[in-house]
Design a protein around this ligand. Structure first.
Ligand code: TXA
Ligand code: MG
Length: 345
């Protein structure tokens, strides 16, 4: 056991895939500068590195390495036509990946990067079909998390161009917001040369706001922490037009997404469930187990996925969720809860 541990922590010789439980302590390491350097090196060698961002944990690979990217798809069990977001260290890297960038997109990037925002832009040659799912645009994001930014900078120092990273969960499942949750999701699918960097609990807790910047006006494809109002307030020279049908393969178009094993019942149907999620001031129904009691919507976003995972780990069959009814982050919470509540059929 001791020998195997050492071999993994220095990211050297390949060995056969091992179960997460055997290596839990080793994959999850404290993130010193050395750890981050080792992780960046692992990426250049084609291994996968799961890392924290402010939204959710990502499963990272060198965005120019087709073989490494194909491992992301197999580890996630994700269909290959689903495009991946490329993470970059700063706005200065934008034009390596994108072309014909509209003025409003530059303004958005200046205002909100690093941050929980992904911009969809016309791609340059660097963004191959294996990243974009064959589409002519690419998703780009500068995350606002010290470990993520450290990893990106180190990787770029070693000659890397960007880190492709979908959320570090099995396809259709709940995004992980802790390193332990990454282990639960993907531990059985990762190799011993892959790494999971532990940055604790993600501060935002739900995935980035995705904005389509391929038309005259920006369009929010996936709501997130960054709300329509925040976008409109800061970027006065353009309007955010309402979400409509789009030819772009937008996130969460599948009926069921972000879903735990437990069945989710919303609002009026929430009172008769085994588990219960609502803001603190809302009383827990008789016979339900309270999963989280967030004080406000921001905290609810941060803890929502933890609550869903807790229900699964307790073996609960149903979760009742009372969703907040405001604008902004409440819209993003309702989006995730509604997608999670869709039946599998
Ligand atoms: O917060 C986040 O965005 C996290 C962290 C790790 O950055 N990432 C994330 O990635 O949520 P993922 O792959 O789980 O969800 C991204 C969604 C996918 O549904 C994908 O279809 C969509 O973004 N997407 C990525 N690139 C796209 C593109 N070029 N055009 C349209 N949709 C795109
Ligand atoms: Mg995802």
């Amino acid at each position: 056991m001791g020998t195997r541990r050492r071999r993994v922590s220095v990211i050297r010789s390949r060995s056969k895939p091992v179960k997460w439980d055997d290596l839990r302590m080793e994959f999850i390491s404290k993130c010193t500068a050395d750890t981050i350097s080792n992780a960046a090196q692992a990426l250049t060698e084609g291994h996968l590195v799961a890392f924290p961002t402010e939204t959710v944990y990502g499963l990272g690979a060198d965005a120019t390495n087709e073989k490494a990217i194909s491992r992301i798809y197999s580890v996630k069990g994700r269909p290959t036509h689903h495009p991946l977001i490329v993470h970059i260290s700063s706005i200065n890297k934008l034009d390596q990946w994108a072309t014909d960038i509209p003025e409003y997109a530059i303004n958005l990037a200046r205002e909100f990067w690093p941050g929980p925002m992904t911009l969809i832009l016309p791609r340059k040659d660097l963004a191959k079909d294996f990243i974009t799912g064959g589409q002519n645009n690419v998703g780009l994001r500068v995350p606002n998390q010290p470990i993520a930014l450290g990893l990106l900078r180190k990787f770029e120092e070693l000659g890397g161009q960007g880190i492709a990273a979908p959320s570090a969960n099995r396809f259709g499942a709940v995004s992980p917001t802790t390193a332990e949750a990454v282990g639960e999701e993907l531990g059985d699918y990762l190799d011993s040369d892959d790494l999971v960097l532990d940055g604790g609990q993600c501060s935002v807790g739900i995935e980035s706001t995705i904005i389509d910047c391929t038309s005259k006006l920006p369009r929010v494809l996936r709501p997130g922490f960054l709300t329509d109002n925040m976008i409109e307030e800061k970027i006065q020279e353009c309007l955010v037009i309402p979400r409509t049908q789009t030819s772009i393969r937008a996130p969460g178009m599948l009926a069921r997404h972000y879903a735990p094993k437990a069945v989710i019942m919303i609002n009026d149907n929430a009172s008769d469930c085994e588990g219960f999620i609502a803001l603190e001031h809302i009383q827990t129904p008789k016979n339900s187990i309270r999963l989280i009691s967030p004080r406000n919507s921001e905290q609810m976003a941060r803890e929502l996925y933890r609550g869903m995972r807790l229900a699964d780990s307790l073996g609960l069959k149903t979760i009742g969720i009372i969703t907040p009814q405001g604008e902004g982050i409440d819209t993003a919470i309702r989006d995730r809860v509604e997608k999670a509540s869709k039946s599998n059929t």
